[in-house]
Unconditional design. Structure first.
Length: 243
């Protein structure tokens, strides 16, 4: 009986151990399979990331093929084609000194567009260059300024008319407006300086003429006038102190 009991006990123990080791083994096997799959996924992810990193390093950023723009935009192209062609013809005539032909073209342009500032401005310049019809020149510049108060060339043109008429204070006012609009134009600065010389405001004359000389360093007239204005300014200052 004892032997049978021992055998039964051993059998039970064996069965229990077998069952336990069977479950543990199954867990280990399943865990190993799952870990193996995770390792495969990790390796695959690493490969994908490596390829992406390689592509980022090796791919070249495409260059932007921007259109080349070596030619400057023509200011007259802002008008419609027909008017622009007339104005360009007038400009060519002006450059060739054919003022009569240019005048006719500019008048045609104004007939097509009564608000064409450029046409009025150039008409004024033609009349001023001819040295007659100053009334027409003045009227043309004033009309241009009614349409565009920031037209520096027309303010300068008005200043030239007033200067020629010895109306120096009016000339200074017009020149100053031209300078305020276009400070880097040496011709405007020089004209303002000359007008100040006429009214014996030598300090302001020297400042304007010095500016003109710095903007156009090759212009000997501006240098001489600048030196003259400075000398006059010093003399005037000394005389004022003595008195």
């Amino acid at each position: 009986m004892l032997e049978i009991a021992i055998i039964v006990c051993l059998t039970v123990i064996f069965v229990i151990l077998a069952v336990r080791f069977s479950k543990t083994g199954d867990f280990v096997v399943r865990g190993a399979i799952q870990q193996n799959e995770e390792m495969k996924d990790l390796e695959e992810a690493k490969k994908i990331l490596a390829k992406r990193h390689e592509r980022i390093e090796t791919d070249q950023i495409p260059e932007m093929n921007l259109p080349e723009n070596d030619t400057q935009i023509d200011e007259l192209d802002r008008y419609d084609k027909e008017l622009s062609d007339i104005l360009k013809q007038a400009r060519e005539k002006i450059l060739d000194g054919k003022y009569s032909s240019a005048e006719k073209l500019l008048i045609d342009a104004i007939c097509k567009d009564s608000k064409c500032v450029w046409a009025y401005e150039k008409l004024g310049e033609i009349y001023l260059a001819i040295g007659k019809n100053l009334g027409d020149a003045q009227e043309s510049f004033i009309m241009a300024l009614k349409l565009d108060r920031h037209n520096a060339a027309s303010w300068f043109g008005l200043g030239q008319i007033y200067f020629n008429q010895s109306q120096f204070n009016k000339a200074i006012s017009s020149y100053q407006k031209a300078v305020n609009i276009s400070r880097t134009t040496p011709e405007y600065q020089a004209a303002l300086g000359k007008a100040y010389l006429e009214v014996r405001q030598y300090g302001k004359a020297a400042k304007a003429l010095k500016r003109a000389s710095s903007l156009d360093i090759s212009n000997q007239e501006y240098k001489e006038l600048s030196s003259l204005a400075e000398d006059k300014h010093r003399e005037h200052s000394r005389a004022s102190k003595l008195s």
